[in-house]
Design a protein around this ligand. Structure first.
Ligand SMILES: Cc1cc2nc3c(=O)[nH]c(=O)nc-3n(C[C@H](O)[C@H](O)[C@H](O)COP(=O)(O)OP(=O)(O)OC[C@H]3O[C@@H](n4cnc5c(N)ncnc54)[C@H](O)[C@@H]3O)c2cc1C
Length: 378
């Protein structure tokens, strides 16, 4: 009998398999497509530590207080990202030169300051910058920028590389990966689960649900309600240019994340909505593209001569409260969830390490209070 089956071959699933295999657990990953083809391989590659500005403004201080403990998970994960290329033995283009949230007026600055107070309460290093300081740090910014906040821990990594590097390292440790195998049913048995797939039924002691935006469908197979959703969003990338922007740039005015990757291209996103094609897949929305580019140009006018060479849409796993859902499902012993919404690329390494420990009944690493994220205490 298999010891652990992980459903989903994105970053959550492949990294969980790696940490399980590292601990000597026999693990098989089932992926209905190819590895890293959904959110984990389609994202913008930002490594976030701060509270996202958009929900902070729209959901208010009470929401920020409940979200705040999540900062600890993001910080622990960025600590793992720092050494991940060496750990996995592959170049992941991890660069942590800091994140810069910029403002064009006093009201935006006031919101940035309020957010920084919550973040500092969680031990995050956030430095408020006035006009002169922000332009000295980031001379590429528009003259309209009046100030901002700098978080030195943030940065970027390559989403095309990370999940596959985890998968290869896990495989080298003995983990098995079954591609083009879809999980279609789950049933509890006396000492585990029967996992129905498009290639027959597998028997296993424990199951990890790492199915991203489809995690709710997987949980429903066992009658477990999981309040998660998939949202179609889009990203754009420019042609290559000389090094210009070392930071991860956000705007306090509208949705924006902007960074220059190792090849010199500038990735521009921020969670702008894409459309749903009538066949059920996401497709890019030209209106979102032009609004996203306008926010980017307002922050960094030097982008104006660059051509956008590609824009794409993908489905991000989300929840209304933005909080992760981790751990064993109450009442269903042996069934675990690894679900980190909206910023699961950043959080992938740490939450996978945590879930791998929980699966083994071991104390969670990182000396962190997991109770806000565990299903058992939600
Ligand atoms: C456009 C975009 C930009 C983003 N930008 C960022 C960013 O800059 N920084 C950041 O931190 N996060 C970002 N995110 C979010 C991040 O990418 C996700 O939160 C994260 O990748 C989720 O990883 P996952 O492994 O849980 O899900 P996924 O990568 O979606 O993997 C889930 C896998 O489960 C498989 N699966 C589902 N159902 C079944 C089944 N029944 N049987 C077998 N397999 C199944 C799927 O095929 C899929 O491969 C972005 C997301 C998108 C879409």
């Amino acid at each position: 009998m298999n010891d652990v089956i992980v459903i989903g071959g994105g970053l959550a699933g492949c990294a969980t398999a790696y940490y399980l295999a590292q601990d000597g657990v026999s693990v098989t990953v089932l992926e209905r497509s190819e590895l890293n083809t959904q959110a984990s391989g389609s994202n913008a590659g930002s490594l976030h530590a701060q509270i996202p500005h958009d929900p902070f403004v729209n959901k208010g201080p009470a929401w920020a207080a409940t979200f705040a403990p999540t900062i600890g998970l993001l910080r622990r994960s960025i600590d793992l990202w720092r050494g991940l290329s060496e750990t996995l033995g592959e170049p992941l283009e991890v660069a942590l030169k800091g994140g810069l949230l910029v403002a064009t007026d006093a009201a935006q600055m006031a919101a940035i300051e309020a957010k920084a107070r919550v973040e500092r309460g969680q031990g995050l290093d956030v430095r408020l910058l006035g006009r002169d300081d922000v332009h000295a740090l980031a001379p590429y910014l528009s003259d309209a920028i009046v100030g901002g906040a700098f978080c030195p821990d943030e940065g970027k990594a390559n989403p095309l590389a990370a999940t596959l590097a985890y998968a290869r390292a896990a495989q080298a440790l003995g983990a098995r990966f079954e591609r083009h195998v879809e999980v279609t049913g789950l049933a509890r048995e006396r000492d585990g689960f029967a996992v129905a797939t498009t290639r027959g039924v597998l028997r296993v002691r424990r199951v990890v649900n790492a199915a991203g935006a489809s995690a709710g469908d997987i949980a429903a197979l066992l009658g477990v309600p999981l309040d998660v959703q998939g949202f179609a969003i889009q990203v754009a990338v420019t042609e290559r240019t000389a090094p210009l922007i070392p930071h991860l740039v956000y705007s306090a005015g509208d949705k924006l994340t902007l960074k220059q990757n190792g090849a010199g291209s500038v990735l521009i996103g921020g969670g702008w909505p894409a459309r749903w094609h009538r066949r059920g897949h996401p497709s890019t929305d030209p209106d979102s593209l032009s609004r996203n580019m306008a926010v980017a140009l307002a922050a960094v006018p030097a982008l104006a001569p660059l051509q956008v060479v590609r824009t794409w849409a993908a489905v991000v796993n989300g929840t209304d409260d933005w909080k992760p859902i981790l751990g064993e499902v109450p009442g269903v012993p042996g069934f675990f969830v690894n679900f980190f919404p909206w910023m699961g690329f950043t959080a992938g390494p740490a939450v996978a390490r945590i879930v791998a420990s929980l699966v083994q009944g071991a104390p969670a690493p990182f000396d962190i209070d997991l109770s806000p994220f565990l299903l058992a205490s939600r």
